[in-house]
Design a binder for this molecule. Structure first.
Ligand SMILES: [Fe+2]
Ligand SMILES: [Fe+2]
Length: 139
């Protein structure tokens, strides 16, 4: 019997940063994450490798977007180093994910990392970017 929506990591409006390109990426990331969590929890033959290929590609592009926004627009922002560290730490965990046997641990890490990262770090980044003089492509 498939798991209920409680196992999902569904998008909520609290995640909105106010920076269009970041918000579009986040919506897509949470959509992919929901799909993965359902597969991870229901499919005995869930293929970590295949999942990583799709999700990691998207996550990598997204981190690159945020990191270039910081580099171009907020080079001296005091939170930049911490934000980059968070992204690196995420990769370290994900790269070692195939060694973890406990699916619930994997699901719970993914769910809580993305939720916390967006709510804490990305929202603060959004705030800092919105405080800058307007740049058309970010609105
Ligand atoms: Fe981020
Ligand atoms: Fe983000």
């Amino acid at each position: 019997m498939p798991k209920q929506a409680s196992s999902l990591s569904t998008w909520k409006d609290d995640y909105i940063t106010g920076i269009k390109v970041m918000d579009e990426d986040h919506r897509q990331l949470f959509r992919l994450l929901d799909k993965s969590l359902v597969e991870l929890e229901n499919d005995r033959n869930w293929n970590v490798g295949a999942w990583q290929k799709e999700f990691n590609r998207y996550a990598a592009q997204h981190f690159l977007l945020e990191e270039s926004l910081m580099e171009e627009s907020l080079p001296d922002w005091p939170e930049r180093a911490g934000h980059l560290r968070e992204h690196r730490w995420y990769w370290e965990w994900v790269m070692g994910m195939h060694t973890r046997q406990d699916r619930e641990e994997v699901a719970s890490f993914l769910r809580s990392w993305w939720s916390r990262h967006v709510l804490v770090w990305d929202k603060r980044l959004g705030q800092a970017l919105r405080a800058l003089p307007p740049r058309i492509e970010l609105r």
